[in-house]
Design a protein around this ligand. Structure first.
Ligand SMILES: [Zn+2]
Length: 455
């Protein structure tokens, strides 16, 4: 890759340089042109190269339940949708994941996590379905085996029909870690352990899940401090605030990253920084549900790690990961003034911040020799050419610059805004069909969700 503006995130930017790739690794980065010229070289003239973006919070199955409960709070939205999700099967998940991951790749994402926590019995292998979709697309994938065991009869929010029991959850989680988790340097697939949230999971499951993850040396993920309703629930039912509860359960540490963390005190942020606990900031979802604005600039200032996430499409709708850089920047500036977050800080959250959340800062998140060749090449030679700073053109734009190339381990997944590993038309259709199938299944189960939850 030659003649390209390089924003490596770690180290100085290069106005016109090259990136030499060997196998799935970055072999060399420099200014000017390389001494030995690769016959397969990509001419990056007029383009910006950044590390591939890393998505650290998602629920891919929610592609099939977009546009519902549009004006609800988080708890209202969850109560409306739990029963719809309880009707999903492996076919719904595969179609939704194909569309959702394809959409992410088109917005510069080379690595995505997913948090799947609804496992209705007898509906096929949902976890395998999303893994298959990621394999076909060729994106690095970190699926988290989620779970809920605290239904309404136990004081939780979800109906009892969509939760599982503790033993089933722990056995199923251990099984998918053993079957799929690849800890190698260039791994395309790593599994995390991810009970859903303090209001849908028992303390025992949280503790046992942490023990299981640490025994198997995989990471821990859950939702935390998303809304003030959650804080009230924790104070009422557990007698403490969410971060205190996590600390009591052994859930703060360098192997843990939380989704959202909107409502943190100064002391909470300091505990995150001291323990190396990470956060996935999902500004569009937080805005859509009226949850609030996470204190991202303060978290970065105090040394807590923050990555970005699009969150499930049912609460973020058709949100791109590149767009979350802009949304994060605008939220911080609207709340705290124009110096609260820079374009380069937003890019760093979307790349190195994400790599740290997933425990892969040695392999991903920056363009450096020896790291994996996961690279987004943005075309900044058309409308964006009126902006001299290409990082500004990327982060401030509502409409992302064209994606000239997306490489995952040196392999082309996107070229000129078109998916190359799967049919883009088929991926879009698969998502729409997954939606229609889920609505049909929900109605067959006696839940007229499709109509009822539009309001
Ligand atoms: Zn979520």
């Amino acid at each position: 890759m030659e003649n390209v503006y390089i924003a490596p995130v770690v180290g100085p930017e290069i106005a016109s340089g090259y990136i030499r790739i060997e196998g799935d690794l970055i072999a060399e980065i420099g200014s000017g042109v390389p001494e030995s010229r690769d016959p397969d070289r990509i001419d990056g003239r007029g383009c910006l190269a950044t590390p591939g973006l890393i998505n650290t919070h998602h629920h891919l199955y929610q592609w099939a339940s977009q546009g519902l409960a549009q004006d609800a709070t988080l708890f209202e939205w969850l109560v409306a949708l739990y029963r719809v999700w309880g009707a999903m099967d492996a076919e719904v998940v595969q179609g939704a994941a194909t569309a959702g991951l394809g959409y992410l790749a088109l917005s510069g994402c080379t690595t995505s996590s997913d948090h799947h926590y609804v496992f209705p019995s007898g509906r096929g292998d949902l976890f395998a379905a999303e893994i298959e979709a990621a394999r076909e697309l060729g994106i690095r994938f970190h699926p988290a085996r989620g779970s809920m065991d605290r239904g309404q009869s136990q004081g939780g929010l979800p109906p009892d029909a969509v939760v599982e029991d503790l033993d089933t959850i722990l056995a199923a989680t251990a099984e998918v870690v053993d079957r799929y988790h690849d800890p190698s340097f260039s791994s395309m697939l790593r599994v995390a352990v991810a009970p859903c949230s303090p209001f849908s999971v028992s303390a025992e499951l949280m503790t046992e899940a942490a023990a299981l993850a640490r025994a198997k040396n995989v990471r821990l993920h859950t939702h935390l401090c998303e809304t003030l309703d959650e804080e009230e629930h924790c104070l009422e039912q557990l007698g403490m605030r969410p971060v205190d509860y996590m600390e009591k359960l052994g859930w703060l540490g360098p192997d843990v990253w939380f989704a959202h963390t909107v409502h943190l005190s100064d002391a909470d942020i300091d505990r995150f920084a001291q323990t190396g606990t990470g956060s996935a900031h999902c500004p569009s979802s937080n805005g859509r549900l009226g949850a609030g604005i996470a204190r991202v600039s303060e978290m970065l200032r105090r040394g807590a790690n923050v990555g970005l996430g699009v969150d499930g499409n049912a609460s973020s709708e058709l949100t791109t990961l590149s767009g979350e850089m802009r949304q994060a920047l605008l939220f911080q500036r609207a709340a705290h003034g124009p110096t609260a977050l820079t374009a380069r800080q937003a890019l760093e959250m979307a790349t190195m911040g994400g790599a740290r959340n997933l425990g892969r800062s040695g392999e991903l998140g920056s363009l450096e020799a020896g790291k994996l060749a996961d690279i987004a090449l943005w075309r900044t030679d058309s409308f964006a050419a009126a902006v001299d700073d290409p990082v500004c053109a990327l982060v401030f734009a509502t409409r992302q610059p064209p994606l000239a190339r997306l490489l995952v381990g040196g392999r082309t997944v996107v070229e000129e805004d078109e998916l190359k590993t799967v049919s883009q038309d088929a991926a879009g259709r698969a998502g729409a069909e997954a939606h229609r199938r889920l609505m049909r299944l929900a109605e067959q189960q006696g839940f007229a969700a499709a109509k009822e939850v539009h309001t």
